[in-house]
Ligand binder design. Structure first.
Ligand SMILES: [Zn+2]
Length: 411
């Protein structure tokens, strides 16, 4: 047997079928789902997990490389032909793999039958709870394309009322699906544990809300819930060619998602990436919603920036430079918070996600300048700070990656 490895489930994923762990597979191959790459597993695989590991390996191979014969898969994975045939038979019975017919080629002997992931057989529900005014959702196909969308106005709903709105949104999305649903992925603000319990999301008035279990009970489908920034970084992981990646998500709040060595990092208290309430510098600063002065969020959150910009007189002769000064100061504060993180982890890529009209200009430049002056040039020469390529669908797409990874071991 090949040297197989076991990974911990992605944060927020419930172990589904076949044991306590969801398996992912090492696969440094070509760009795949949403141009994403497999998340690298860690740890040793136990014999009882070998079958589900190998099953995921077959799925990942097909997913990444496209239609193959059983013999191709055997050659590419190192699994025996008998093992591959056995696994493929099971995957066909589950409806996850289909036979496409015989290969038309000039090789001698009986032409091989091509098989592929049943790319048109399932859809995924993605939900984004990170916006302040509304909850967003989409039906996503297995290739990462958005098939249809829905949203509900939040109307300042909190607590159980907000949970009911999420259920309403999912119900509407399910009604829009046209084929079986693989699972539901949710990106929520706040601190979310690996079992999909939202430990704390102050904006939604949630404390220890078992969102994953509530939705799974209601809809009888696999559900995966994780912090919105941790979900967003899954979508970004593919378009980046980095296995070490920090994504800073700037919206109503400020948070970050982190992948190190191909693995999502959630932290011992499930709050990795919660940089919004890190105080920047020792010179005070604006009062934060948490009661302290000068938290990153108080400098950088979108409502804070827009409130400052709205105070400017657009007719004033220096309006443009006044705007840039406000954005540059926010960018400098972001750079101050990120510099030790970049230095400590020797990151080479940091991605910003949020409104491009605010972030992609003076703010971005000031963050880059601050990072360059505050880190060792020779250690961080390749450092790149860029805007996300995923635009506003980043959490919806990441939620779909989370479901795909959690249910099939494919990313
Ligand atoms: Zn704060």
């Amino acid at each position: 047997m090949k040297d197989v490895q076991r990974s911990r489930p992605l944060e927020g994923s419930t172990p589904v079928g076949g044991g306590p762990d969801v398996l992912t597979v090492p696969f440094g191959g070509a760009p795949i789902f949403m141009r994403s790459r497999a998340l690298r597993p860690t740890g040793k695989v136990l014999p009882e997990h070998a079958r589900s590991h190998n099953r995921a390996l077959v799925l990942q191979t097909l997913y990444t490389a496209g239609a193959r014969s059983r013999a191709d898969i055997s050659r590419e994975t190192g699994l025996t032909r008998v093992t591959v045939s056995d696994l493929v038979a099971g995957l066909i019975a589950e409806g996850l793999v289909v036979e496409l017919g015989q290969r038309e080629d000039a090789r001698p002997g009986k032409p091989a039958t091509l098989i592929d992931v049943a790319r048109g057989a399932f859809q995924i529900i993605g939900v984004d709870l990170s916006e302040h005014q509304r909850f967003l959702g989409a039906v996503v196909d297995l290739e990462g394309r958005i098939v249809s969308r829905a949203e509900v106005a939040r109307d300042a709903a909190t607590g159980e009322q907000a949970v009911a709105l999420v259920a309403d949104l999912v119900r509407r999305l399910l009604a829009a699906t046209t084929i079986p649903v693989l699972g539901i992925g949710v990106g929520s603000p706040g601190v979310v544990d690996p079992y999909g319990v939202v430990r704390s999301a102050p904006n939604l008035g949630w404390t220890d809300v078992k969102l994953q279990a509530l939705l799974a009970d209601e809809f009888d489908l696999p559900v995966h819930v994780a912090n919105d920034a941790n979900v967003a970084v899954l979508a970004e992981h593919g378009s980046s060619h980095q296995d070490d990646l920090l994504l800073v998500k700037i919206g109503h709040g400020v948070g970050a998602g982190l992948i190190i060595g191909g693995r999502p990092v959630i932290g011992g208290g499930f709050a990795a990436g919660e940089i919004g309430h890190v105080e920047v510098g020792t010179d005070g600063g604006p009062r934060c919603a948490c009661g302290r002065d000068g938290c990153l969020e108080a400098w950088l959150a979108v409502p804070r920036l827009t409130a400052q910009l709205d105070e400017l007189d657009p007719e004033a002769p220096d309006a443009a430079s006044a705007r840039d000064r406000i954005l540059a100061e926010a960018g400098r504060r972001l750079g101050i918070v990120l510099a030790p993180v970049v230095g400590a982890l020797n990151l080479s890529e940091v991605v910003l996600s949020g409104p491009a009209d605010l972030l992609d200009g003076a703010l971005h430049e000031a963050t880059v300048d601050t990072l360059r002056t505050r880190t060792m040039a020779e250690n961080n020469r390749d450092l790149r700070l860029r805007m996300t390529e995923q635009a506003e669908d980043i959490v919806l797409r990441g939620a779909a990656v989370m479901v795909l990874s959690g249910q099939l071991g494919v990313s």
